[in-house]
Design a protein around this ligand. Structure first.
Ligand code: ZN
Length: 155
């Protein structure tokens, strides 16, 4: 009777010890996977950030270049009119492009801040994890696909 009890206690102890070991090992592994994943997305986001900043700089230089050629141009009135119409169109296009780039850049920066805070990959609306495939396609996504669809439907 005593022996059986002792064995029971021993096996319960062993079982719980193994279980907690497995659990803690699993958590460690998950943390490693998580950190690798974060490092992966951080790299992508930083690359995207510098690409966007380069594009913004290129647009800025383009706009400056245009206004300079307008200032110093010696075209006839008609030529000038046609030129400035084109220039206006180009400037409008550049400005909307610039707005888009700034918008994406802001989202990229927010994602980078979330990586630092440890909230990256979590849906800003429902708090669930955002699907990996979605993050790979859109690393600066801040909504899960379900919430994104809901948002689009509400428009
Ligand atoms: Zn969501």
């Amino acid at each position: 009777m005593y022996i059986i009890k002792a064995v029971n206690i021993a096996s319960t102890f062993l079982l719980s010890k193994t279980l907690s070991e497995i659990l803690s090992r699993r958590t460690k592994l998950e943390v490693i996977v998580d950190q690798k994943r974060l490092a992966y997305f951080k790299k992508i986001l930083l690359k995207e950030k510098s690409r966007l900043e380069r594009e913004l700089k290129a647009i800025d230089t383009g706009i400056l270049g245009q206004s300079q050629s307008e200032l110093f141009g010696e075209n006839s009135y008609e030529d000038h009119f046609a030129d400035s119409a084109t220039a206006t169109f180009e400037r409008e296009r550049d400005l909307s492009l610039e707005r888009n780039i700034k918008d994406i850049l802001q989202r990229v920066n927010m994602s980078l801040a979330k990586i630092e805070k440890g909230t990256y990959g979590i849906c800003a609306s429902c708090g669930k994890e955002i699907d990996m495939a979605r993050l790979k396609a859109l690393p600066y996504a801040d909504l899960c696909i379900t919430c994104k669809k809901k948002e689009e439907e509400s428009w």
